[in-house]
Design a protein around this ligand. Sequence first.
Ligand code: PA5
Length: 434
Amino acid sequence: MAHVDIVLNDARSFLSEQPEKLQEKVNQIHEMIHNKTGLGNDFLGWLDLPSNYDKDEFNRVLQAAERIRETSEVLVVIGIGGSYLGAKAGLEFLKVPFEEKTLEIVFAGHHMSGSYLKHLTSYLKDKSFSINVISKSGTTTEPAIAFRVLKDLLIAKVGEKEAKTRIYATTDKQRGALYTLSKAEGYEMFVIPDDVGGRFSVLTPVGLLPLAADGLDVKAMLKGAKDAEDRFSNPNLEENEAYLYAATRYLLYKQGYKIEMLVGYEPNLLFLNEWWKQLYGESEGKDHKGLFVASAGFSTDLHSLGQYIQDGERHLFETVIQVESTDQDTIIPETKDDLDQLNYLAGKTLSYVNKQALKGTMMAHKDGLVPNMLLSIPSFDSYTFGYLVYFFEKACAMSAYLIDVNPFNQPGVEAYKKNMFALLGKKGYENILK
Ligand code: PA5
């Protein structure tokens, strides 16, 4: 049975060709993915990661997480892009709002704000903290700067010897500046496999260490991903929801819907959106092709983007994530005077109201000529997070191959870096701006 369900009702009527018609093409691409014969085929390690991960390293991840929890009030996770968004998405997805935690997890190196880093160092001055620095290349500027600053702070606080025991490096198994530095300093190291690219690395130590440090059930996450791996190893569009999603968004794109919005009705989904945008944006947006990926949190954004979605230029479609049940709910109370005129909702739960908002919005957007797909997930739990990660990864590979681009490279990301390095006077970039 599908753990993530997909409902296409409000998209099908917009399609001149139904996704099932693409079965043969999907079969071919499926073979290409599994036989590793397509573009970027040396980056398909994520495909069987849930059943084929390094069990010894996984145990080390659990032990390190335990140690971090015992020794620290704060864990600083340093990384950017795929070395940041997966863990952040998981932490937010599984977060209990306002819960006080014994270990606080904060992020750094995911932008270049000097103010943020300065405030973070002040905040950490009186706290015991550990660092998990994550970079596959080991040379990315943002995390490298943050690590240099925070490592100095940690050494100043606890001394060089103790600092070495509180720094955990997740990087390539034999290359890069972070690898060399970590080896030289003797930090505990975790490996990002060669054949797993940054944005596909959530289920490696990149995501697993911060998530385990938070006390989350990473075993259940891997189990969810494993069940998704099994389910999506069958290319049949009637049973493979990931491919059905990929085929539908491809057909909408071909018909001129150039923007996909991922929409959630729970705040816990906001960073899943961010992770998803990176996964799809970096995987598909190349050779002047690809859907532009955007996101929204409803009903909040119905009060900002709602007008445009209903009535603006008709070039977008929505993929809506519905969460079947949440751990807690709020019952709307009755009042004697009903001055706020809400008694018609008295006794109803807020989840019920939220679901009617979702239904009503989907109907309105369909009437406004915005195709909708619905992805339904049972709840915010670790198993579902792992399943969903794999669902989107598999669909992403299929989507990129459908438009004939390499899902696993990101050549466009280098352009700004060259200019920035030239402007900063980095050696070797002197002629770039001439
Ligand atoms: O998906 C990707 O490959 C990128 O988004 C990277 O994750 C990001 O650029 C960070 O790279 P690195 O882990 O090498 O520091």
